[in-house]
Design a protein around this ligand. Sequence first.
Ligand code: AMP
Length: 282
Amino acid sequence: MRTLREIPALREALGDARRRGERIALVPTMGNLHDGHLALVAAARERAEVVIATIFVNPLQFGAGEDLEAYPRTLEEDQARLEAAGCDLLFAPDTTTVYPRGLAAQTRIVVPEVTDGLCGASRPGHFDGVSTVVGMLFNLVQPDLACFGEKDYQQLAVIRRMVADLHFPIEIVGVPIVRAEDGLALSSRNGYLSPEQRAIAPRLYATLCELREGLESGSAPSALLEQGRTRLEAAGFEPDYLELRAADLGPVTTVTREAVLLAAARLGTTRLIDNLTLTLPR
Ligand code: AMP
């Protein structure tokens, strides 16, 4: 696997592949790779001749007071994992390569509507940073397809909307959430948890599972969601949101069948997110 740091080298490597008529799959990440990221690489590997991962801790998607400085940077381990997973190329640029004029002067992509509420409400500007960097990576790499995790459910919806609205000729592949044995969704941020918090963390997924059971057997959402919040608080979480939305993130109506439960909650200073899709009864 070759690691590329600069845009001309990236373009050259990909130009060769494109001239050979090879399909290119992109896996954008912020590094500190775990089995969730590697599932994206595996999905990419199945679908394309050339798999390119990117590692870039994108300052544009971090708000003031978020963990940009503390975010784990583990390039050597990440390179070994990507290589073992069959990744062909890694693009790991510096911030000045991506944003040579600085963050304030950067042209941005703003996706409306689907960014409203949920993480969009608690992390203002976050999705503008995500769509801007992903749109830029799409232009740099010009992949045939790109793989994203369903763990970041709203992010995946934002990317799909951006691709549709800007007519990117790129197939977006959503990859199911990879979880630890106890149900906790794998995340680079799990490393911030103390042993005590790590023991509590699986309650987030457990609570979503309990709510799904209730919803699928016809209980009223509002009362159930209230109970869910109370349960999270009792376990030691500080819930940010716990919501039921239609699968496309629109509001749930009487005709909604495919739905998704989405949660974000803090354990101490660590913010965890998770979600679970379900089918509402008629
Ligand atoms: P990140 O490095 O956290 O920005 O994540 C990079 C990509 O990996 C995103 O598309 C995430 O949705 C995806 N991802 C992160 N954690 C998981 C997981 N546990 N299962 C599946 N995909 C994941």
